[in-house]
Design a protein around this ligand. Sequence first.
Ligand code: HEC
Length: 126
Amino acid sequence: MTVTQQRVRLLWFPLACCLLSVACHREDRTTTGGGNSERGRQLVAQYACTACHDIPGVRGPKGMVGPPLSGMGGRSMIAGKIPNTPQNLERWIENPQALDPNNAMPNLNVTPKDAQDIAAFLYTLR
Ligand code: HEC
């Protein structure tokens, strides 16, 4: 094998790794709805969701008005009746009454972008 051939072979490794990481990242995006989970964690503190929810990884009062949000990433339902898809979770965070008019969580005027990031964070909770 010539030196050039060897170099060409070696080039495949970084290329393959690069493609793999892109593929894995895509996978991530579909399961989280594409939001930025680290920003979402900060927003959860900013919007004071912890006033009513115990949320792992977020400091706060660990309120008991709403259910704990641990395991949100693995649950099949939101509030026991709405399928837990990224789109539904984002809508829930933006305006809970739009999905379930009779529920007790107030509309906190979360913007769509913020809701997307918060949903991505909640999906990291297993
Ligand atoms: C004033 C209290 C209050 C605040 C503040 C609040 N929630 Fe809620 N939340 C509730 C209540 C009550 C429920 C239960 C609704 C139901 O099951 O009908 C709920 C339910 C939820 C659920 C569904 C949980 C489940 O078990 O399926 C999610 C997700 C959620 N809240 C996210 C948030 C996020 C994110 C924030 C901050 C942006 C937030 N909540 C702020 C009271 C609150």
